[in-house]
Write a protein that binds this ligand. Structure first.
Ligand SMILES: *Cc1c(COP(=O)(O)O)cnc(C)c1O
Length: 427
């Protein structure tokens, strides 16, 4: 592929944007390739400023489960657009949006819309602290919950790839109330609760870890967290920003049948526009201003444009066979990629839940972040470049999830697999 125009744009970008990008992982620095600039998308394809077509496995990092530029979503946005984009006053679509979320998630009795997953998790934690009157927060090593200070403690994903343990600029004060435990390790969590259980406001966890690469919860893990938090009077916050409406219409909590106290939603709920939400038990949610003492607000929160895109997306996902189809596509890709690695004699394992999966360059199993870090990231970088050269747009990090959408067909999945066979053979 020719990337001349993208490289020229990247040079311009670097002069005026730190690192040339508005979110670090886009810079592709861990895979040693310049980023490709995108002009437009259509279904499962994206097109570069250089004029090349790529099959996209990023889906804007999760939101685009219907594919790019889905006609019904665009039509809904256009119709709303003509009436204005934001009023800073209540609108009926916000109510409808909240009703749809409460209906999809039995654990969510009340919900508030915000603009990003970061805002959702940041506020859910503030709310948990305000509600319980406690300060400590338990977080998973390698879990990512956006970039609020107290959550940027040994963050995974972008930060891990860049080799930054937490982040400069996060004060010790902000970090010291956050306690880290490994994912899928109930005994470790039990020890923390035994020691400081009466100070713990909440645990925040991705029910399916997605930001250390995909790592599903082991049997009984989420149930164990539910029991421990209840026993110690701490809140269970499920960060479903990535998994919401991705792994099931009832989200991961429906799939694994566990009821958290608070849930963070994002990505797919905004249908590709900036929108996220958090919700949960009514008694906790009513601790928020203007009812209660925990403050949270947002100028553009719940704006009709984003809410309309989200509502239309959720409406289309509610149709029968959606998640069966995503599962089918995911399984097809998984089998093909594993076969490609095996025939090239390359150690690889895949973790997958429905349409989200990660191929780790190692024998596995990958059960937590320490396991994930044993992957051959240099091999991943070569694989990434070989795949991009063949028109496949992978997330540029070993520690990210690939996302399939309903716009991917069997033929495109087979195209990806064929490219993987060639790429693996070239490693
Ligand atoms: C993406 C993500 C976030 C952050 O959402 P933003 O909209 O990028 O702020 C939080 N938690 C999880 C699990 C995510 O995947």
């Amino acid at each position: 592929m020719n990337t001349k125009t993208s490289e020229a744009l990247f040079a311009r970008a670097n002069a005026v944007i730190p690192g040339g990008v508005n979110s670090p992982v886009r810079a592709c620095s861990s895979v040693g390739a310049p980023p490709v600039f995108i002009t437009h998308g259509d279904g499962c394809n994206i097109y570069s400023a250089d004029g090349d077509r790529y099959i996209d496995l990023i889906g804007s990092w999760g939101p685009l489960v219907l594919g790019h530029a889905h006609k019904d979503v665009l039509d809904a946005i256009k119709e709303t657009l003509n009436q204005g984009t934001s009023f800073g006053a209540p609108t009926s679509v916000e109510v409808e949006f909240a009703e749809v979320l409460c209906e999809a998630l039995p654990s969510v009795e009340k919900v508030r819309a915000v603009n990003s997953g970061t805002e959702a998790t940041m506020t859910a934690v503030r709310l948990a602290r305000g509600f319980t009157g406690r300060n400590k927060l338990i977080k998973i090593d390698g879990g990512y919950h956006g970039h609020a200070d107290f959550l940027l403690v040994a963050a995974g994903s972008g930060a891990a790839t860049l080799g930054i343990p937490g982040s400069a600029g996060v004060s010790e004060g902000a970090a010291q109330d956050t306690v880290l435990v490994p994912y899928n390790d109930l005994p470790a969590l039990e020890r923390v609760f035994e020691e400081i259980g009466d100070q713990v406001a909440a645990i925040i966890i991705e029910p399916v870890a997605g930001n250390m690469g995909v790592v599903p919860p082991q049997d009984g893990y989420l149930q164990g967290i539910r029991e421990l938090t209840t026993k110690h009077g701490a809140l269970f916050i499920m960060d479903e920003v990535m998994t919401s409406f991705r792994v099931a219409y009832g989200c991961a909590q429906g799939l694994y049948d566990v009821k958290p106290d608070l849930t963070c939603l994002g990505k797919i709920v905004g249908g590709g526009l900036p929108l996220a939400a958090f919700g949960g038990r009514a008694d906790i949610m009513d601790t928020l201003a203007p009812v209660g003492p925990v403050y949270q607000a947002g100028t553009l929160s719940g704006n009709p444009l984003a809410v309309t895109a989200g509502l239309k997306t959720l409406d289309l996902l509610r149709r029968p066979q959606t998640y069966e189809r995503l599962e089918e596509l995911g399984a097809r890709l998984e089998a093909g990629l594993l076969a490609a690695a095996a025939s090239a004699g390359i150690p690889a394992c895949i973790n997958r839940v429905g349409s989200m999966q990660t191929l780790f360059f190692q024998d596995g199993p990958v059960r937590n972040y320490d396991d994930a870090k044993k992957s051959d990231t240099e091999r991943f970088a070569k694989y990434f470049r070989a795949m991009r050269e063949r028109g496949i747009f992978l997330p540029p990090s070993q520690f990210e999830a690939m996302f399939l959408s309903l716009a991917h067909g069997d033929e495109e999945v087979d195209e990806i697999i064929a490219a993987a066979q060639e790429s693996m053979a070239s490693l």
